[in-house]
Design a protein around this ligand. Structure first.
Ligand SMILES: Nc1nc2c(ncn2[C@@H]2O[C@H](COP(=O)(O)OP(=O)(O)OP(=O)(O)O)[C@@H](O)[C@H]2O)c(=O)[nH]1
Ligand SMILES: [Mg+2]
Length: 277
């Protein structure tokens, strides 16, 4: 299901922003001094990250997406040949715009990764289906070295957000991935975070729909700690290009099959000690 109304997203509050009954209750002792305001110098600095946003004709979704980029992060919008003014919209909203003339989801993601310079790099679709703020805990954990790759497991928030054939395909893919790598994932979602140098060392070659799967397969082969966390999945803004079309779905299946057929050990292995092949 498509939509163009920003209200469709309005109800998605940031994690941790809803007031609990305790927050609303008056303090027991009204005479006690007010708590000191937080000392900005004492607060831990927010973890910086580069956020790669592959973009093909997403002018309608960009304002919503870019308004949700966490403070201090750099939004890298990779324009993949848009004709709807996406690049101009992104630039006017303060994003770094990279042009990738070669079509394909993987081509766009990889151009963003090579343009990034932060230690931690995140990926998010640019169609308003995922909220970049949900990446904050992913980045904290990757930056702290608690994990190597975090994926958002998409949890649809409305009927029709995720067509049945796409869900079934994704589930089948997750099963094949489990057989191939042993990883117990439920989704191969596009919301993700990892260290930039490690991602580059995976030497990903797919430049179409197989890119996200190849990332996970090679990460597993390299012994990374790969995790998934639930994230809300919203109806996209604008016209569907992949899951809503037979052609897009068929191409995605072909690309993914090719990735799963790759023999293990094709990529460099980033380890704690260095890189091995
Ligand atoms: N499909 C596609 N998406 C691209 C390409 N280049 C960049 N993108 C962007 O990649 C993101 C994911 O693509 P989507 O079209 O949302 O694909 P999807 O989420 O699988 O399917 P739908 O949302 O149903 O179309 C979006 O932000 C696109 O604008 C490309 O060549 N093909
Ligand atoms: Mg989408």
């Amino acid at each position: 299901m498509n939509h163009s109304s920003p209200d469709a997203h309005g109800s998605h509050a940031a994690p941790g922003t809803s007031a609990s009954p305790d927050d609303l209750a008056p303090p027991d002792d009204l005479t006690s001094p007010a708590p000191a305001p937080p000392d900005p110098a004492a607060a831990p600095p927010p973890t910086r990250a580069d956020l790669v946003l592959p973009c093909l004709d997403e002018a309608a979704a960009l304002p919503w997406v870019l308004a949700r980029v966490p403070a201090g992060w750099r939004a890298i919008v990779v324009d993949n040949g848009s004709t709807d003014g996406s690049a101009e919209v992104a630039r006017s909203l303060g994003a770094t715009v990279v042009h990738e003339p070669r079509r394909g989801f993987g081509a766009a993601c990889h151009a963003g990764l090579t343009a990034a310079d932060a230690d931690v790099v995140c990926f998010c679709d640019c169609d308003g289906s995922l909220d970049p703020r949900d990446l904050e805990p992913f980045v904290r954990d990757v930056a702290a070295g608690r994990t190597d790759l975090v994926l958002g497991r998409r949890r649809p928030q409305a009927r029709g957000t995720w067509p049945a054939h796409a869900r079934a395909g994704n589930l089948a893919l997750a099963r094949m991935l489990r057989r191939r790598t042993g990883l117990r994932l439920h989704d191969l979602g596009p919301l993700r975070a990892a260290r930039r140098a490690d991602l580059l060392a995976l030497a990903l070659t797919d430049r179409r729909s197989g890119y996200p799967l190849q990332m996970v397969v090679r990460a597993a082969d390299a012994g990374w700690r790969v995790e998934e966390r639930d994230v809300p999945y919203l109806p996209r803004t604008g016209k569907s290009k992949v899951t809503g079309t037979w052609r897009g779905t068929w191409q995605a299946v072909r690309d993914m099959r090719a990735v799963l057929a790759e023999p293990p050990g094709t990529a460099a292995r980033p380890t704690r000690e260095g890189w091995t092949r």
